[in-house]
Design a protein around this ligand. Structure first.
Ligand SMILES: O=P(O)(O)OC[C@H]1O[C@](O)(COP(=O)(O)O)[C@@H](O)[C@@H]1O
Ligand SMILES: [Mg+2]
Ligand SMILES: [Mg+2]
Length: 336
């Protein structure tokens, strides 16, 4: 992978296109479309509070969650931007009950990629001006090109992803992604609307001192998770670790990747399989984590080896610095 200081995202995509095993330019066009939609959503996020984009949209999604206006806006922007550029044959989104088929009957379009997105991650933070994100995951379809996509094209294990990434709309706006050859971060210069390579070859420190979990749900957690949280809080050596939980997966992950840490959303007696969705939250973050020398597990299984069964299925999620995730697994193993 070639990194040049002050390289723009557009230049980076072109220059590294050939290092991608399936390079036909289609994936480059796809990443470029995501870049464009991210800028449009960023513009709206930045002026939230000035325009009527805060609050609930009045609908609920298939997860039974109240959709925020920004959820709906971001969903439309990403879907329209991808669909209008005829570079994908299907899209699945947190905000759509079922997957969307694109251009399937048009012989001219031999699109071979499907995209899964969480258009706005951290929705509970939108109205309180705390950083939020967008998450995307890209696969090659498994059904024949030129035929309508099927559920099978979306229910692929994470280890089949060809690319994944996120946008974080925070103190600055960054797009971070991988095509299986390391993780690179690009910061938006809002003055000229261009993303620049600011974080080449991002790596999770093997050890960290930050743990991120919603401790308000502590008493419902599995005993192994409780023991690990207690371990993090013990006054021994470089512990106690610092507790940091933004409540936006993208932002917690991003901070932990830079500083070293572990994010946990366990299953509990309340949320049987946890809260986070395998296909458009856990798999893309797991691909990034592993490409950045980190780990991602469901507790017993490597996240990217889980065979999906449903579009919106939830799984327990533990992700971050290698030695911290391994330590957590030691505690979980005790009870298996
Ligand atoms: O409020 P809780 O239960 O701790 O959940 C917070 C988690 O839920 C999420 O907001 C779920 O994502 P969405 O906002 O995309 O639904 C994660 O970003 C975050 O880490
Ligand atoms: Mg989310
Ligand atoms: Mg969301």
């Amino acid at each position: 992978m070639q990194h040049k200081k002050n390289q723009t995202l557009g230049e980076f995509i072109i220059e590294n296109q050939d290092s991608f095993q399936y390079s036909s330019g289609e994936l480059s066009k796809l990443i470029n479309a995501i870049r464009l939609a991210a800028k449009v959503v960023n513009h709206e996020v930045n002026k939230a509070g000035l325009v009527d984009i805060l609050g609930k949209a009045g609908e609920t999604n298939i997860q039974g969650e109240d959709q925020q206006k920004l959820d709906v806006f971001a969903n439309e922007k990403f879907i329209n931007t991808l669909a209008n550029r005829e570079i994908v044959c299907g899209i699945a989104s947190e905000e759509e009950d079922d997957f969307i088929t694109i251009n399937s009957n048009d012989e001219r379009h031999q699109n071979k990629y499907v995209v899964l997105i969480d258009p706005l991650d951290g929705s509970s933070n939108v109205d309180v001006n705390v950083s939020v994100g967008t998450i995307f995951s890209i696969y090659r379809r498994v059904t024949p090109v030129g035929t309508p996509v099927t559920l099978e094209d979306f229910l692929q294990p994470g280890n089949q992803q060809v690319a994944a990434g996120y946008v974080v709309y925070g103190t600055s706006t960054m797009l971070v992604y991988t095509t299986g050859d390391g993780v690179n971060g690009f910061t938006l210069n809002p003055a000229i609307g261009t993303f620049y390579l600011s974080h080449p070859n991002m790596q999770f420190p093997e050890d960290g001192t930050i743990y991120s979990v919603n401790e308000g749900k502590y008493r419902h957690f599995h005993q192994g998770v409780k023991d690990y949280i207690k371990y993090c809080q013990e006054e021994v050596g470089d512990r106690p670790y610092t507790s940091r939980y933004i409540g936006s997966l993208v932002s917690d992950f991003h901070r932990n990747m830079i500083k070293g840490g572990i994010y946990m959303y366990p299953k509990s007696s309340v949320t049987q399989e946890g809260k986070l969705r395998l296909l458009y939250e856990c798999n893309p973050m797991a691909f990034l984590a592993e490409q950045a020398n980190g780990l991602a597990t469901g507790g017993r299984t490597r996240i990217m080896d889980i065979k999906p069964t449903e579009l919106h299925q939830r799984v327990p999620f533990f992700c971050g610095s290698k030695n911290m995730v391994n330590k957590l697994q030691e505690f979980l193993e005790k009870y298996h």
